[in-house]
Design a protein around this ligand. Sequence first.
Ligand code: FPP
Length: 217
Amino acid sequence: MTPKHIGFIMDGNGRWAQGKGMSRSMGYAHGLEALLKVAEACAKKGVQVISVYAFSTENIARPDEEQQAIFDVVARFNDNYDGDMRVIYMGDIDALPERVAQSVEHVERHTLNNKGMMMNVALNYGARDDIIHAAKLAYDAGDFTLQAFENNLSSGGLPPLDMIVRTGGEKRLSNFMLYEAAYAELVFLDKLWPDMTAEDVQFVLDEFSRRDRKFGK
Ligand code: FPP
């Protein structure tokens, strides 16, 4: 079976660039190239949604140059994307520099009626904040059903997350889609994100099909 929704924690961009004698910041442009390859391979295989971790609320503690490098790559993509994916964002976008927030608004509007795979970008996102926000909405509405709570999450309305893939060798979720990860299959790869290829996508899809999903039953 093909997963409907895959999350990607795109780790290892800085290390990849350093390993090639470049500044860490250069890694993010190469990371975007890898993301476009991965997205294309996922779409070809029939995946409906990919959620990708581009900037966590904790990344704000990184050196300014590195933050700006990530924002530049993201804004350039948003301003110029002309493919068939529908691109949406989750996270506190309003708190970001205006040029980034505007680029997000642009790409969401520009791709609104696209019929290809959906790419959900987590930007200035943290799962714990998202859960607290969803809980507040539930409290205000006096509706504590599971369905209502899930709809209040930033991922509300998307298919359940079937799998999370993290590159770069670390084996943790780092505040990415913690609630949605409840029954997601976890796959950890040692390779660094900019080295990801269509073959690696096939590898993780094969791995998914080997997993015996019981959902607690
Ligand atoms: C972690 O790798 C990754 C990030 C902080 C950001 C990744 C962002 C991109 C690849 C750009 C994506 C673009 C769009 C439009 C969604 P790291 O560099 O912190 O890893 P390392 O320090 O472990 O090497």
